[in-house]
Design a protein around this ligand. Structure first.
Ligand SMILES: C[S@@+](CC[C@H](N)C(=O)[O-])C[C@H]1O[C@@H](n2cnc3c(N)ncnc32)[C@H](O)[C@@H]1O
Length: 281
């Protein structure tokens, strides 16, 4: 079949996805086609010939996406900064906005040889893997409570030096052996207040415990602040993502800890309050 037919298949996919309310129908249509053809999205329309099987495979995945199955579940992976992670049912899909937390963390680690880094609530292991890949001299610990997410993290971190732990960040004895020795704590916890409306990709496919955290969204963040204050060495830092309704409450939780200073909130690329940072005095 000709290149023109591929173009038509993509246009039809875009129409179906737009009708289903998918937020970025063109990008998703092209990414699905690129996945089926196993080419980068930018080279899609350079593909000289496609056969009927390819067009059918694209249509099949588009039907799934139109049911609001996350694109990343359909292709089986998600990009995150310098790495990609395998994802699927039972694990939170890493979001582009979390890359800003990663960038901040990596900048903080510049001029810190052999740092100790802890990724709390690691999910797929995205943050831990990105730090370990960018800083091979770092000792990176990652912790996750959910057994299914842990299995995904094991798959993504298996061949790396990251030390993956099954554990609960609300457990007051977690990582007692690391007290006062950590350079950087990174955390993207569940933080959405229960009953907040979310898109079907989130409500039906992200695990509930990965997204929601009590009526105010702070049930995991509160103990994480205590944990970070305990783990950090003097001069170390914590960076934690939060809901856009937490611009005041989460910085206030950190400011209330005498050992934490320089509390600063950061907006994402859309200008929404997105993550907080602080240093161990
Ligand atoms: C928003 S997801 C973030 C995953 C990953 N850090 C990322 O950015 O893609 C939050 C993760 O925290 C895990 N989690 C929730 N409560 C936890 C707890 N008390 N202890 C450890 N992990 C927890 C969830 O299972 C989920 O994988």
């Amino acid at each position: 079949m000709s290149r023109q037919l591929l173009r038509l298949a993509i246009m039809e996919a875009q129409r179906v996805l737009a009708e289903a309310g998918v937020p970025s129908p063109r990008a998703d249509a092209e990414l699905i086609a690129a996945h089926v053809l196993d080419v980068p999205r930018g080279k899609l329309l350079l593909t000289p010939m496609v056969d009927r099987e390819v067009v059918d495979a694209i249509a099949g995945l588009v039907r799934e996406r139109a049911k609001r199955v996350p694109l990343q579940h359909l292709v089986g992976w998600a990009p995150f900064g310098p790495v990609t992670v395998d994802v699927g049912p039972g694990v939170f899909v890493p979001r582009p906005e979390t890359e800003q937390l990663l960038t901040w963390g990596l900048e903080f680690l510049v001029d810190r040889p052999g740092p100790v880094v802890v990724d709390l609530c690691t999910g797929s292991g995205a943050l831990a893997l990105a730090v370990a890949t960018s800083r091979p001299d770092a000792t990176v610990h990652a912790v996750e409570i959910d057994p299914t997410a842990l299995a995904w993290a094991r798959r993504n971190l298996g061949d790396t030096t990251v030390r993956l732990h099954a554990g609960d960040v609300t457990d007051p004895s977690l990582f007692a052996e690391l007290d006062g020795s950590v350079d950087l704590v990174l955390c993207n916890p569940p933080y959405v207040p229960v009953d907040t409306p979310v898109p079907p990709e989130v409500s039906e496919h992200d695990p509930f415990g990965a997204v929601f955290a009590g009526a105010d969204g702070l049930s995991v963040i509160r103990p994480v602040v205590t944990l970070a204050a305990r783990l950090l060495r003097v001069g170390g830092a914590v960076g934690m993502e939060h809901d856009d309704t937490h611009a005041e409450s989460v910085p206030a939780l950190l400011s209330a800890r005498k050992v934490l200073t320089g509390v600063e909130d950061h907006a994402d690329l859309a200008g929404r309050p997105r993550f907080v940072t602080a240093h161990r005095a």
